[in-house]
Design a protein around this ligand. Structure first.
Ligand code: IPE
Ligand code: IPE
Ligand code: MG
Length: 235
């Protein structure tokens, strides 16, 4: 940190990939076509983030609330996820990208769980970008799960910040420095609730399927100009 300005690229970028449905609607296509185009955007942004030297990229792919959507759409989303993990894990390994997941495993099908496990295993030794898919993820649920894990492992006293953090889904991953949300919506929608206390935010009107490398760079540039004070002050 120089003069309070971050001046370095964010270590962890988190993205609420929103706007797939509206992208499809504009083209009179079914919503799943928007999700398909969203997968292309994922590939584009993962490649760019890895090249730029981002250490952690977390992508909000399916929230605990997204089960409220029509069965057909959920099936389409899970199908795309399975396709992505099956087809891309090897390629990501070649690009030195490590795949990880955050979220509740319950409710996900055995087929999805086994593809997640194998994508994680195939890329476990990769030392480049860590690509985190937040899947069946909810920030409130994560906090509840962390408290319950702590209780079940014998901590029946009071909960501290460090004890809670040790029991989050990915305790070794640093808090997001920059959270991007696409499609013009200005909310967190239950994403990284604990971890976002001091995150910087960037809201883009671009719909996720159209989000590209230049949009990512614009967000990073905006971040670089911010002054992060963490409750203190700079002279
Ligand atoms: C984001 O796009 C993708 C997921 C939530 C999985 P949406 O499907 O929410 O797109 P909009 O918000 O309806 O445009
Ligand atoms: C947030 O988007 C969840 C993901 C991107 C996975 P939503 O489209 O589900 O959020 P709301 O319903 O507009 O808040
Ligand atoms: Mg949405």
């Amino acid at each position: 940190m120089i003069n309070g300005k971050s001046s370095i690229i964010p270590e962890h970028i988190a993205i609420v990939m929103d706007g797939n449905g509206r992208w499809a609607k504009k083209r009179l296509l079914p919503r799943v076509a928007g999700h398909r185009a969203g997968v292309d955007a994922v590939e584009r942004i993962v490649k760019a983030a890895n090249e730029i030297g981002i250490r952690y990229l977390s992508l909000y792919a399916f929230s605990t609330e997204n089960w409220k959507r029509p069965k057909e759409e959920i099936k389409g989303l899970m199908g795309l996820l399975k396709y992505y993990l099956l087809k891309k894990a090897q390629l990501l390994k070649q690009e030195n990208v490590r795949i990880r997941f955050a979220g509740r495993r319950s409710d996900l099908s055995d087929e999805v769980l086994s593809l997640m496990d194998s994508a994680e295993a195939v890329t476990a030794e990769c030392t480049g970008l860590q690509l985190i898919f937040c899947l069946n993820y909810g920030g409130r649920q994560e906090i509840i799960d962390a408290v319950n894990t702590a209780i079940h492992s014998g901590h029946i006293g009071s909960i501290s910040e460090s004890l809670l953090e040790e029991n989050l889904y990915l305790p070794d991953v640093p808090d997001p420095d920059l959270i991007i949300r696409t499609s013009g919506e200005l909310r967190l929608s239950n994403f990284w609730l604990w971890q976002s206390s001091y995150s910087e935010f960037f809201f883009s009107d671009v719909l996720w399927p159209d989000f590209n490398r230049d949009n990512l760079i614009e967000a990073i540039k905006s971040y670089e100009g911010r002054e992060r004070r963490y409750g203190s002050f700079t002279v």
